[in-house]
Ligand binder design. Structure first.
Ligand code: PGA
Ligand code: ZN
Length: 474
């Protein structure tokens, strides 16, 4: 059924190389020849494509992303080895195996896993394997005559009705995703008071635009001018307005702040100015593995040193939870600081999400359950490397009554796969960065398309809203 698999090196949103897979099937071929006979435009029609994302604050136990390490090209970040593994190993083997894309996704993913043969996919590369797995799912959906979200719903065995996820927009970027001094990586807004994904996107965008003004007003009046073409007072203003509203890797602003409460105060102001107080809640992902140093947390790691014990961090989080409308906390502790996770989870009033801690891997999800370390799993498809294993991890999390939070990576592409995944699995929430930048908005735009499509089909389409945690049980 699969006729050809072609891989190529393309760029991600940080300008780094990543893997692109193009898979052609029988159906694709027939369609192609028909279109060419009819003299219709047909470039690439019938080919199913996938682009693989890449993280910066990666968990130590993630599946291995194969990089060439050849300093002569892309500073060693090239993925020609992964491309070659698809072209020369995965492709030929998969073609020979004769799997059906419409019914055999799990078998295909198992086959890819076995072909690699290592525990963390280090031989062929999780970036190579995932690209093929995603392209197969797209082809599977097309061959079944159904949208990708419905294909993934059936793969996961999830129930209807469809529930549209609350988008968690990362509007303030810090950590290793930006150049400011903010240690905490992500400060997000979640329009839980919306009644549809379309309304939630509008709210997110409005707050984002208001936030831009709030930041400009707050930081627009100090610093040094750089332009010789402008009169100095004019230049001073322009320069610093621009610097403060510069953005980080995920499209959120990166103003000159360093403390979490400064970030949250900016959000409170922006939400209030947009008239949406009460409808928008907040979330934080400190990505704390990035600043865990010999048993302590260095929340000044980007400029000076400011070490905090885990107990002090717990105190900090508790005070933030008391003061602000925060509904979700991700990776507040490092991936190997299990004791702090378990301690905090005893009385955690909000969703506590394991990202680096769980790496979308059923094995770590199980360990976390035994240690009672969290109550939700972040789902990043490239952390595990196949769609079926990501679904297995999500279903395991659901079986513990945990929630599942679908996520992009900081190095993203224009591939919108995760939008369909969030709807198919009924996860009730998803994060794909700010409502800004093509690689981020492509997911939010796809969600609005899905919502419109489901409604046009006359099907029930709910919005997770404030019950985002329990969407899989609606
Ligand atoms: P990453 O960041 O893609 O750089 O890992 C996202 C996150 O930590 O959630
Ligand atoms: Zn994270």
């Amino acid at each position: 059924m699969i006729r050809s698999i072609h891989a190529a090196q393309r760029l991600d949103s940080r300008g780094c190389p990543t893997v692109q897979v193009e898979l052609t099937t029988e159906k694709g071929e027939k369609l192609l020849s028909y279109l060419s006979q009819m003299d219709l435009p047909h470039t690439k029609t019938g080919t199913f494509r996938a682009l693989v994302p890449s993280g910066a604050s990666t968990g130590a136990n993630e599946a291995v992303e194969l990089r060439d390490g050849d300093e002569c090209a892309y500073g060693g970040r090239g993925v020609q080895g992964a491309i070659s593994n698809i072209q020369n190993v995965i492709g030929p083997n998969l073609l020979e195996s004769d799997f059906r894309v419409d019914t055999d996704q799990k078998k295909i993913d198992q086959f890819l896993k076995n072909l690699d043969g290592t525990k963390n996919k280090e031989r062929l590369g999780a970036n190579a394997i995932l690209g093929v797995s995603m392209a197969c799912a797209r082809a599977g959906a097309a061959h079944s005559g159904i949208p990708l979200y419905e294909f993934l719903r059936r793969e996961a065995g999830a129930k209807k009705p469809f529930v549209m996820p609350v988008p968690f927009f990362n509007v303030l970027n810090g950590g290793v995703h930006s150049g400011n001094e903010m240690a905490f990586q992500e400060t997000m807004i979640a329009p839980v008071g919306a009644s549809s994904i379309t309304e939630a996107v509008r709210m997110g965008s409005e707050v984002y635009q208001h936030l831009k003004k709030v930041i400009t007003e707050k930081f627009g009046s100090s610093g040094q001018p750089i332009s010789k073409y402008l009169r100095s007072s004019q230049a001073q203003k322009l320069t610093f307005k621009k610097q403060a509203i510069g953005i980080g890797d995920e499209g959120g602003f990166a103003p000159p702040i360093s403390e979490p409460h400064e970030a949250l105060d900016l959000l409170v102001q922006a939400v209030s100015n947009s008239g949406l107080s009460g409808k928008i809640k907040f979330a934080i992902d400190p990505a704390s593995s990035e600043f865990f140093r010999e048993g302590k947390y260095d929340i000044g790691f980007k400029s000076t040193t400011n070490l905090k014990t885990a107990k002090e961090m717990i105190g900090l989080y508790q005070s933030l939870l008391e003061e602000y409308p925060i509904v979700l906390l991700e990776d507040p502790f490092a991936e190997n600081d299990w004791d702090s996770w378990s301690e905090f989870n005893k009385a955690c009033p909000v969703e506590l999400v394991g990202d680096d801690l769980l790496v979308t891997n059923p094995e770590y999800v199980q360990i976390a359950r035994q240690k009672d370390a969290c109550n939700a799993m972040l789902l990043k498809i490239n952390q595990i490397g196949t769609i079926s294993e990501a679904i297995e991890a999500a279903n395991l999390a659901y079986s513990y009554n945990w929630s599942v939070f679908v996520s992009h990576r900081s190095g993203e592409t224009t591939d919108d796969f995760i939008a369909d995944l969030a709807v198919g699995l009924g996860t009730g929430h998803l994060k794909s960065g700010a409502p800004c930048r093509g690689e981020r908005v492509v997911k939010y735009n796809r969600l609005m398309d899905i919502e419109a499509e489901i409604l046009a089909d006359g099907e029930k389409c709910l919005f997770a809203g404030s019950k985002f945690k329990n969407a899989s049980r609606f």
